[in-house]
Every structure is written in structure tokens, then in C-alpha cells.
Ligand binder design. Sequence first.
Ligand code: UDP
Ligand code: MG
Length: 321
Amino acid sequence: MMNLEDNGLKTYSKSLSIIVPCYNEEESIPLFYEEIMKQETFFHEKDVEFEFIFVDDGSKDGTVNAVKTLREKDERVHLVSFSRNFGKESAIIAGLEKSIGDFVVFMDADLQDPPAILPEMYEYIGQGYDSVATRRVDRKGEPPIRSFFARRFYGLMRKISKTEIVDGARDYRLMTRQVADAILSMREYNRFSKGIFGWVGYRTKWLEYENVERIAGETKWSFWKLFLYSLDGIMAFSTVPLSIASIFGILFCVLAFVFVIFIFVRALLYGDPVAGWPSMVCIILFIGGVQLLCVGIMGQYMSKMYMEVKDRPKYLVKEEF
Ligand code: UDP
Ligand code: MG
């Protein structure tokens, strides 16, 4: 592969868009840039040029300024700054829409997605894979209760969704333009990237690495936020909860039928059909509860549908370059 040397300016025939969602990451951004630049030589040798797209997700600190500082010394740095916090999913899609690279990679600003394995990921693309995904093999440094629920969530997803959603999968993914465009073609409002990546398919290579703790700042995920996110994931990629109502319905019909025969026969044989109102109250409460649960589940799906139908923009841009 040849680099064109022209007035000291090198041009490369391929480009890699590095998309970095940032929410209050002013401390991490310079450190991230420093680390990723260590991989530059490898990519230049492969005739690949970097393009950086930092997506500021409505940060309240100096994130935008940190990106501007980088831009002063590096023309390849780009920014999309949102009007408010829209969430990481929106940041990912905004970055994708702005990117023009032949390859695209999503990386967190906090260096939890080690840049050191990027060359290895790129090698797999060269070997014919369309996308290279990463998963962490342990959950070191994470509260045990969080790990416990995360495991339950992935276990449940495996059972109720046809889309492959891998335990411990990170959003750290390198992909070809074709895969990036496939992801862009999914226009849904309620986005759950882990599911979307699985849904689009293509040949994916999985790399594993040990969990790295974030370099600066703190995680934006509270337990509650993660819990709601997991519900979003379930609703976006499974309709099994919707059939719970039918299952309970059938079950209760069968039970009711058996009971009717039982009570009828008992009354014929022994008389005294009136007995056991406490048990009746329990049954009414139980069935009432199940009905509310089922209506609630339908309500959840309806609220998702409501948001899809409104088709609001996934993010609003305040500033970009
Ligand atoms: N992030 C974002 N918007 C948000 C929350 C997070 O763009 O509302 C970014 C954040 O700046 C980081 C990445 O998403 O680059 C992952 O976030 P974080 O490190 O908080 O998540 P964790 O690694 O703990 O799962
Ligand atoms: Mg992180």
C-alpha cells in the first residue's frame, strides 16, 4: 500500500471514523485523544486515516471546549453538540450520520474501550469480517447487585428474543460502511444498540477483554437508569410480554372450568353450595392483580408506540463542525 507524499501532506485512501459519545467528559477527552493517537502509526501504515467525531450529549462541563482545543491542533476532529442531554443512543446515531469513513468505530471517552486493541480489530476486518464486536469477560469494579441483575437480564433476553444479545457486550465496535449504513437504516425512535447490532446481522467477530475502570469522571448510569434501559431493550426486541395476557387468560379459563364442575358436583352430592368467602376474596384479588399487570404491559408497549408515531427528532444540534 502506498502513501501519497505531497508537500509533506500525506493522503490516505481509506478512512476510519471514530465516534465518541461524550457526556461531561472534559477530563477524559484529552486523555482519550492521547491514547488513541498511539495507534495512528499502525493505521497510517495500513493506508487508513482517522476522522474523529465527538458527540457532546448536552454536557454541563467544559466538554465542548475540550473538543475545540483538540480541533485547534487537529483538523480531523469534528464535533456535534446537542441542545440538551439526549442519551448515548442518540449520540451514537448522530455520530453515524455525520461520519464519512469507510470504517466506523464507537468508543467511550473514558478509555473503558481500550484503544490498544483497535489494530487487532482492524486486522479482522481485513480477514473478511464485516464487524468486530467486543465483550468484557468480567465485571470487575462493578457493584455485585448490578452484575446480578445484568446477568438475569441477558438470561431473560436470550429466552424471549430472537435477536442475539450478548452478555457483557460493549458498544465498542468496528464495522464497515455497509454495516454502518444498515444501522442507520433502522429509523426507530426507541433505540437499543445492543439489539440493533445483533439484528442487522453480518459476519461478526467477537473479541474479549477484561473490564477496565474509567479513567476520569464517573459513570452516568444509576441502577434505576439501567433498569429502565433494560425494560426498553426487552420491549424493543421482544413481544413475548404481550402474550403473557393470553397465557394467563387460557390458564384461568381452564381453571375456572375445572372449578365449575367441581363445585357443581359437590353441590349435587353434599348440598350446601355457599362456603369459603375468604378464599373467594383471595381469588378475586389475584385475578384483579394479574389483569392490571397485563393491562400495564400493554400500556408500556403502547407508550413506546406513541413515541414512535410522534416521530420526534432523536436529537437537536446546537453547534457542529
Ligand atoms: N454518555 C452519553 N450520554 C449519556 C450518558 C453517557 O453520551 O447520557 C457517554 C459517556 O460520556 C461515555 C459513554 O457514553 O463516553 C459511556 O458512558 P459511561 O462510561 O457513563 O457508561 P458505563 O461505561 O459505565 O457503562
Ligand atoms: Mg464508561
